[in-house]
Design a protein around this ligand. Structure first.
Ligand code: PLP
Length: 376
């Protein structure tokens, strides 16, 4: 299989799987238990939290494990709205967020919030001034992702943070950094966001575990899941110890290879741009982050391309995996001509990706163009 869908999920690193298996098999005690085996697990969870927190550049006490990036996104919005409930119920976000943000916003609208979605430009960029212009005196929270999962564009979160402090200091800023974590060099302090969401399965870790960073500006972080006193009383539910161990191991591995991975992805991005731009009828999107490349085979329906390449063992996607074949709201937001919009696919790379993988995908796309009918 040629796997070019690392933005959807990544292969679990064998060392991560080994670590998780060892925890599942030998270390099953509940970290809240008061006997030595429980206390030992609590100490290990603390160490694992420290590993993930160090990679984010935050204090470990401000990092809470969640069941996934989606939970982190939902929690962040609701916690920020709760803290600022006396200020207002207005949310500013973008039209190109992950559905974990947009669907949560839709729910929140049903609950009485108002939402402003800032549109991207035709290249998928979000302009900081446009976001700041949408902020009102009753804006409780602004949520702008750091790297777009379908296009790879990098958004100006630090600039938005600085502008927000000047315009409306109490408004809280959330960023969904699921596609940026361990891919872009950033720390939560320089980013200036109050809430940051990450997820393990985009970095060689297991599915079903993520984390939310909340700054000290979140004075009394409201739990999203109410119940037991886990995660300093902020996120109830027995700690998923094996998942947390796998998350920390993945972070450890990616941290140890950060420079070489970044150089490799940079080279792959340039190589892929060269190969795909040589195919007549292909339009490349500008993107930004090296692990994602979106392109359109103008006039050839993306779903057919994904199916055709998939049958040859080449995995690419048409938009985010979460759309499950439905038209992408991200691509729709770009306002492209219909034939350009119809042909958009995403390739995404990881440390395991080779130039041969990209070559094979480029060859298959060319054959697809030469042998399949375009739309009328
Ligand atoms: N946010 C972004 C930008 C993503 O790409 C994803 C996953 O596709 C998520 C959130 C959701 O993360 P998870 O799959 O861990 O719920």
């Amino acid at each position: 299989m040629i796997y070019l869908d690392h933005a959807a999920t990544t292969p679990v690193d064998p060392a991560v799987a080994d670590e998780m298996y060892a925890v599942l098999k030998n270390d099953f005690a509940n970290p809240s238990a008061q006997y030595p085996a429980g206390r030992e697990m609590a100490a290990r969870v603390k160490r694992w939290r420290g590993t993930v927190a160090a990679a984010l550049g935050c204090d470990a006490e401000r990092l809470y494990f969640t069941s996934c990036g989606t939970e982190g996104d939902n929690w962040a919005l609701r916690a920020a709205l709760w803290q600022n409930r006396h200020m207002g119920r207005h949310i500013v976000t973008t039209a190109v967020e992950h559905s974990a943000i947009l669907e949560c916003c839709r729910q929140l609208e049903q609950e009485g919030c108002s939402v402003t979605c800032v549109s991207p430009d035709k290249d998928g960029n979000i302009i900081a001034e446009h976001v700041l212009a949408a902020v009102q005196s009753d804006t409780a929270v602004v949520s702008v992702m750091l790297v777009n999962n379908e296009l790879g564009n990098i958004y100006p979160v630090a600039e938005i943070a600085a502008g927000l402090r000047a315009k409306n200091p109490n408004t809280l800023l959330h960023t969904d950094a699921v596609q940026a974590f361990m891919k872009l060099p950033f720390g939560v302090k320089t980013l200036g966001a109050d809430l940051v969401t990450v997820s393990a399965h985009k970095i060689g870790g297991p599915k079903g575990i993520g984390a939310l960073y909340a700054s000290t500006r979140l004075k009394n972080l409201r739990p999203f899941l109410a119940g037991g006193a886990q995660e300093s009383g902020r996120r109830a539910g027995t700690e998923a110890t094996a998942q947390i161990a796998g998350f920390a191991k993945a972070v450890e591995i990616r941290s140890a290879h950060a420079a070489e991975n970044a150089a490799h992805l940079h080279e792959l991005q340039a190589f892929a741009r060269e190969r795909f731009s040589a195919i007549e009828g292909v339009k490349l999107f500008p993107g930004g982050a090296d692990h994602i490349l979106a392109l359109s085979l103008v006039g050839w329906p993306a779903q057919n391309i994904v199916t055709d390449l998939g049958e040859q063992g080449i995995c690419v996607s048409a938009g985010s995996a979460c759309h499950q074949g439905k038209p992408s709201h991200v691509i729709a937001a770009l306002g492209l001509p219909p034939k350009e919009r119809a042909g958009v696919i995403r390739l995404s790379f990881g440390p395991e990706t080779t130039k041969d993988d990209i070559d094979a995908a480029a060859r298959a796309l060319k054959v697809h163009r030469d042998t399949r009918f375009p739309m009328l």
